[in-house]
Ligand binder design. Sequence first.
Ligand SMILES: *[C@@H]1O[C@H](CO)[C@@H](O)[C@H](O)[C@H]1NC(C)=O
Ligand SMILES: *[C@@H]1O[C@H](CO)[C@@H](O)[C@H](O)[C@H]1NC(C)=O
Ligand SMILES: *[C@@H]1O[C@H](CO)[C@@H](O)[C@H](O)[C@H]1NC(C)=O
Length: 307
Amino acid sequence: MPQPLAATWARPLLPLLPLLLLLAARTPLPAGARPAPGPEYLRRGWLRLLAEGEGCAPCRPEECAAPRGCLAGRVLDACGCCWECANLEGQLCDLDPGAHFYGRCGEQLECRLDAGGDLSRGEVPEPLCVCRSQHPLCGSDGRTYPQLCRLQEAALARPDANLTVAHPGPCESEPQIVLHPYDIWNVTGKDVIFGCEVFAYPMAAIEWRKDGLDIQLPGDDPHISVQFRGGPQRFEVTSWLQIQAVRPSDEGTYRCLARNALGQVEAPASLTVLTPDQLNSTGFPQLPAQHLAPEEEAESEEGEDYY
Ligand SMILES: *[C@@H]1O[C@H](CO)[C@@H](O)[C@H](O)[C@H]1NC(C)=O
Ligand SMILES: *[C@@H]1O[C@H](CO)[C@@H](O)[C@H](O)[C@H]1NC(C)=O
Ligand SMILES: *[C@@H]1O[C@H](CO)[C@@H](O)[C@H](O)[C@H]1NC(C)=O
């Protein structure tokens, strides 16, 4: 966009200034989305609006400014003449293909009405650029990208890294324990529960063992039970070890072991069992009581990608 144009049009625009400031000040992204690279594309929006009033001049490509640092690639401007930066995932766009206010989404993106907002709270759905593909990919840098648009952004941000798609699906890796089981103490007769959340591709198998016992839990012990569930994030498995009505003999170190074809990891946690007498004589024990399960529940609530 040649600068003189904006200057010529600045005067008749003055009455519109409050509106423009409002536009420039509005948050371009809904809560939870990635931060946009500033209100630059909104500024471009009203420059486009200005240009529209003038109609398209005969195209002189040699006068076009070369757009730089376009992380979603380049698209032709409203006049089909100059290249400009395409909009990134999560940025506002024009649903009407004839409109050119917010600009066009990049090649792998499409403009869609955002249904993610909370309509009951009166949020107006906004058209946003959304990646056409939602399949995770493994990059040649060994990192997993949630979809193609993120990989392309990374590739355009670091051109000399020669980032390409290594293969569809996440990069294969040994399991990672995302949330490990915490040390627990309690009084005899109470129920206790250990949790273990694991990310892996290929998916991991989880098992529980107790130090000194040569069996996989629960074995045939009816007061111990083990549960598994996929999630809370994609390619994760969560497992719980529950011991009902704990006895002093349940004391010890328990291990969450996660294994797939590429490797195995483990995380230990201890169980301390107090009799009511011990609790009596020591008073309220100064043992780690802050490591309790509810933290885990809070974290998993954001699991949009629950599988
Ligand atoms: C990327 O490719 C270019 C040309 O093929 C090569 O010169 C450069 O070393 C590569 N960079 C990396 C990080 O592999
Ligand atoms: C002991 O277990 C009960 C449930 O069985 C639980 O409500 C309580 O918070 C536990 N106490 C500690 C100190 O973990
Ligand atoms: C100790 O525990 C008993 C029940 O087991 C209770 O009746 C008693 O009040 C306790 N004593 C103290 C000092 O807390």
